[in-house]
Design a protein around this ligand. Sequence first.
Ligand code: SF4
Ligand code: SF4
Length: 278
Amino acid sequence: MLKGIVNKIIPFSSVDGPGNRTAIFFQGCNFDCLYCHNPETIKRCVNCGTCLFSCNFDAISMIGNTVVWNEDKCKHCDGCVRVCKNSCGPKQKRMSVGEILKEIIKVKPFISGITVSGGECTLQAEFLVDLFDKVKKLGLTVFVDTNGSTDFRKNKELTESMDKVMLDIKSFDSEEHKMLTGKDNNIVLENAKYLASIDKLYEVRTVVVPNVLDNYNNVNEISKLIASLNPEIRYKLIKYRPLGVRLDKINSTQPTDGMMEELKLAAEKNGCKNVLVI
Ligand code: SF4
Ligand code: SF4
């Protein structure tokens, strides 16, 4: 049976799409962003055993060649995550669609839908299609939070099964995007155009990172693109925050409110009607 590799499930989230939603974070990402706030979701565990003796609560063991995490014993101190040199940590669960559905059904009366995130959830597209099909039968909506690296034009099943997408455009400049994430942005920009053309682009997000990115150029060009596609698409400008990032990879500071306001005004001047700063 196909299983998804899940980092965590948050039963109620009001920041992962419209309304109250269950957010499911999948493990594994094909980008390695300098400012990643969840670096423990980037890779899959390789069972190296380094974290085995890091737990004071006996929640990690080795069964055969596999490192196994015991959720019931875990106190979520994240000691194991801190010692892992593989950008993961042992807190990964292989879950069937049925097991995830059980979690969703527990909270169904209180949510309007689910959002899948990560890591990069679209790397597990086949699993998502099956999950979405069953979630929609419950009368819930399905939103996808993505780094935009999966070509939705070529993934018809996934594209047809989801309701809307929240898309990161981390940089408009391909070289800068590569410096930040390890990959260029060609497919990301094509996805923005394609998803808007089929009315599945709910939101675009850009993180503002002083001294690392050309933030003014990014917001200027990305907002022009959004306005040309559909000015009503929400453009979310997110302040870089140093909390949880790998400080050996990035040297930046949180942008000021003044800078964010300036960028918001620039986006509005370019025609975006729904700009949000967080
Ligand atoms: S997060 Fe859980 S498994 Fe990891 S060290 Fe802490 S208690 Fe142990
Ligand atoms: S979680 Fe990290 S440290 Fe622990 S076994 Fe897996 S790769 Fe090794």
